[in-house]
Design a protein around this ligand. Structure first.
Ligand code: GAL
Length: 817
């Protein structure tokens, strides 16, 4: 744009935009999309008839409605990471859901108060996958990687009056493109951003805190401004606001801009409130951009002030304090909601993890939704963001390796620019168990990616999840990564520590213990790859896979070795797909058993094991198994207690089985209290916990439940926001007349919801159950399931009822405000 045109625009702008909030607009394009599966010639053209297509809101995952089928994306492969040698028929690897194929979305949008000269961009937070985006019939952008966010300036494709523009998106998911359920469609948000010609581009600021101390911190802000004529003066006034909105630092600078350099401002913030998982305090840099005293843009950059250091031999320090990551890896799906992003669902996940004492999240093995990163900033989780599961060499026939050469750098840049301002992001991981790690030249690919991180974000270090320990210790790969990250193989950490120059080791992925909520197998023995006719795994937390281990070993590593940086457990939540150890010809099995929390978002026993070690501020005393073992009278049924106390005594029907105290004889004895010789008799199990001085501190009782009597409903909240997206998770429990959980009940439950909201989905955490999540009925799994209801956009009461044959129904009402 030439200068005369620009001045004309500014005069027009002066008339129309007297308020700062009019300067930049961001609109969510989430309603009234037309959707159809299948491919259509000309579906990107304005005249195309989409009347018969379904009307949907996004975020939308077309595959989560099923039906499940073992032939959906059945993969005949040898999973080499799982040490398999021969190609075998893998069922349920991507969840047995119909994510494959082509799908189209069409939406008509207008740009409110469109002024000629304004710039309009589209931001896609993620589109699964191989997205061809067209505006008014012309292709605007192609972006293959389904997990990444991308944006495009579409101004030149808009209708002159800004009214009624057609946005169309063609997506295609190839079979065998994933090792887990990827979801399908416009599963994340799409935004329309309207600015003046001179504006801060999408992700156009970079904020760092080069010096952080108690008394003051320095803050450095780089701002890109687009379309400024060369050598023209620009003024940027930036206020740094604290969490209460008080201005704590300010700068008003005038500079001549040239096209390649950002506008840099430095600030001092006195007595900064430092960001940490325990104190997730955020600041904001609010910048006003002026050209000749004319306000042309306002741009807000949220950030946190914190100091991160990785010190050889000593470990990881946040704000000068040593800590070890108590992290979990999570895939992106939200269980019964599929991949469709929802803030309330993410918040619930993080709330549960927080209570467990978890302080870090690894986004395995792809870029997260921006809402997750914002929540981690706000709620206090350190993040390790990881873009790839594959580089140039294939893990899946149609995986990312097809795009790596052309797209890796572009994908990295988008990820880095998107999230380099977020306080929660502590580390970048460039990949997960990539086969490239063992090729002689593999370190060059790693270096290429690591260098991009260093170039775009010199403020953070880089790791990589490596599983081929022998190769990477020998071929130079592990030695050139800033922070060597190992997946499993705890027994090789010591060797890695002594051979590598970094003198520290991160458990980038650990444990992979398997269990099914409420299922207990006898005899209770530690086992790798244990399989049973019911396709479940035991909740005594003694079962793992051939490549993995039990939690206690990783706890011990963190406790014993100063140079370990902590861990990211595989996984916080169960996810759709990868149903190990039931992946080879083992249908029905559609979801993982690795989660500490099940697919229905109900904690497994393991949750309390982690809580007892990680959450130092709360009391934990959890007892397993349940006590309904009809037919096993007189048989051995071991009892375990997960507690933060060192000692406890077990009583069965008043008879003592003695005190147990944690000790170093085995890794399990160090972190669990176990009575291995208990004889089952119905009645009451009581565990009494003592502190190190022998004071009685806590007591837990489990009783044999009687006949199923009624359905109990326990919502996670009783109030919802009337925003059309808020969710409440209702724990539906079959109980006896005294309220004891009936732990073997598998009844079918029917739901109805009405008033100010609707039934959304349900799940029971049983990987073998093929009930569809979106239908208002679901079987209990071991006495429990979760039903999810969604608020309407209007305030009122949302009523929910759950019915099962032969018992009293459960009914609740929630306030939608
Ligand atoms: C790891 C892999 C994860 C998951 C896990 C299961 O090797 O990085 O994506 O497959 O194994 O244990």
């Amino acid at each position: 744009m030439n200068y005369k045109k620009l001045l004309f625009f500014l005069i027009v702008l002066n008339i129309h935009c007297s308020h700062a909030q009019d300067i930049r607009k961001s609109i969510l394009l989430n309603k009234n999309w037309k959707f159809s599966k299948g491919d259509f010639k000309d579906a990107n053209q304005i005249g195309f008839n989409d009347k018969k297509w379904e009307t949907v809101s996004i975020p939308h995952d077309w595959a989560i409605y099923g039906p499940f089928d073992e032939n959906n994306d059945v993969q005949k492969v040898a999973i080499t990471q799982n040490l398999e040698k021969e190609a075998k028929r893998q069922t349920g690897r991507t969840g047995g859901l119909p994510y494959m194929g082509i799908g189209w979305y069409r939406n008509t949008f207008s740009v409110p108060n469109y002024q000629k000269g304004q710039r309009v961009s589209l931001i896609f937070d993620g589109a699964m996958s191989e997205a061809h985006v067209s505006v008014n019939g012309k292709e605007a952008i192609f972006w293959p990687y389904g997990y990444n966010s991308f944006h495009i300036d579409v101004t030149d494709l808009l209708n002159a009056d800004g009214q009624k523009n057609l946005l169309s998106v063609r997506l295609e998911n190839k079979e065998q493109s994933s090792r887990w359920y990827p979801g399908a469609g416009l599963y994340r948000n799409v935004h329309l951003v309207i600015t003046n010609p001179i504006h801060v581009p999408v992700w156009g600021t970079y904020i760092t805190t080069p010096y952080v101390a108690k008394d003051y911190a320095s803050v450095r802000l780089e701002t890109k401004v687009e379309n400024v004529p060369n050598k023209t003066e620009i003024r940027i006034e930036t206020n740094i606001l604290d969490k209460n909105g008080k201005v704590v630092a300010t700068k008003n600078d005038i500079r001549k801009m040239n096209h390649s350099e950002p506008f840099v401002q430095n600030f001092t913030v006195n007595n900064p409130a430092l960001w940490s998982p325990e104190t997730p305090t955020l600041y904001k840099a609010v910048s006003k951009v002026y050209l000749k005293d004319q306000l042309v843009d306002t741009y807000t950059t949220p950030f946190g002030i914190r100091d991160i250091k990785f010190i050889a031999d000593k470990g990881f320090f946040l704000n000068g304090q040593l800590r070890k990551f108590q992290g979990v890896c999570n895939h992106h799906d939200l269980g019964p909601l599929g991949a469709a992003i929802n803030v309330a669902a993410l918040r619930r996940q993080l709330t549960m993890l927080k209570d467990m004492g978890c302080d870090a999240i690894r986004t395995a093995h792809n870029m997260p939704a921006p809402e997750l990163v914002a929540l981690c900033d706000e709620m206090g989780f350190m993040m390790m963001i990881e873009p790839f599961d594959e580089w140039d060499k294939a893990k899946c026939k149609n995986g990312y390796h097809r795009f790596f050469a052309e797209w890796a750098e572009k994908d990295m840049i988008n990820m880095l620019h998107h999230y380099r301002n977020n306080a929660s992001v502590i580390l970048w991981s460039i990949g997960n168990e990539v086969p490239t790690q063992c090729s002689p030249e593999g370190y060059k690919v790693a270096k290429f990616l690591q260098d991009i991180c260093h170039r775009e974000d010199p403020s953070r270090l880089v790791t990589c999840g490596m599983d081929q320990v022998t190769c990477v210790l020998e071929n130079g790969f592990a030695n050139m990564i800033d922070i060597p990250g190992f997946n499993y193989r705890v027994n090789r950490y010591e060797e890695a520590f002594s051979k590598l120059s970094q003198n520290m080791v991160l458990g980038s992925e650990t444990t992979s213990t398997v269990s099914s909520r409420g299922i207990y197998k006898f005899p209770v023995e530690k086992k790798a790859d244990a399989i049973y006719p019911d396709h479940q795994s035991s909740s005594y937390d003694f079962e793992y896979c051939s490549w993995s281990n039990l939690p206690d070993l990783d706890f011990a590593m963190a406790d014993d070795k100063e140079w370990t940086l902590g861990q990211f457990v595989w996984t916080g939540f169960d996810y759709l797909g990868e149903p190990s150890p039931y992946s080879i010809n083992a249908w029905p099995n559609h979801s993982s058993m690795f989660g500490i929390i099940d697919l229905a978002s109900i904690p497994k026993d393991r949750y309390y094991l982690y809580r007892s070690v990680w959450n130092k501020n709360a009391e934990t005393l959890h007892v397993l198994p349940h006590w309904n073992w009809e037919g096993k009278e007189g048989d051995i049924v071991p009892v375990f207690a997960y507690t933060n106390y060192p000692t406890a005594e077990l009583f069965v029907n008043g008879k003592s089985y003695g005190k147990q105290t944690k000790n170093n004889t085995t890794p399990q004895n160090r972190y669990r209290l176990m009575w291995m010789d208990v004889k089952y008799e119905p009645g009451e199990v009581k565990v009494v916990a003592y502190d190190k001085d022998g004071n009685k501190k806590a007591e837990k009782i489990i009783r044999t439940a009687g006949k199923a009597h009624h359905l109990e409903l326990v919502p996670d909240r009783t109030e919802m926001q009337a925003d059309g997206t808020d969710l409440v998770y209702i724990n539906v429990r079959m109980v006896d007349k005294d309220g004891n959980l009936c732990p073997n009940d598998q009844s079918l439950v029917n739901f109805s919801a009405g008033g100010a909201g609707n039934y959304k989905a349900s799940a029971n955490g049983d990987a073998t159950c093929l009930d569809l999540f979106h239908l208002p009925k679901m079987h209990l799994f071991n006495g429990q399931l979760t039903a999810i209801v969604q608020a309407a956009e209007k305030a009122g009461k949302l009523s929910f009822e759950a019915k099962a044959s032969g018992v009293k129904s459960g009914k609740i009402a929630l306030d939608v405000k």
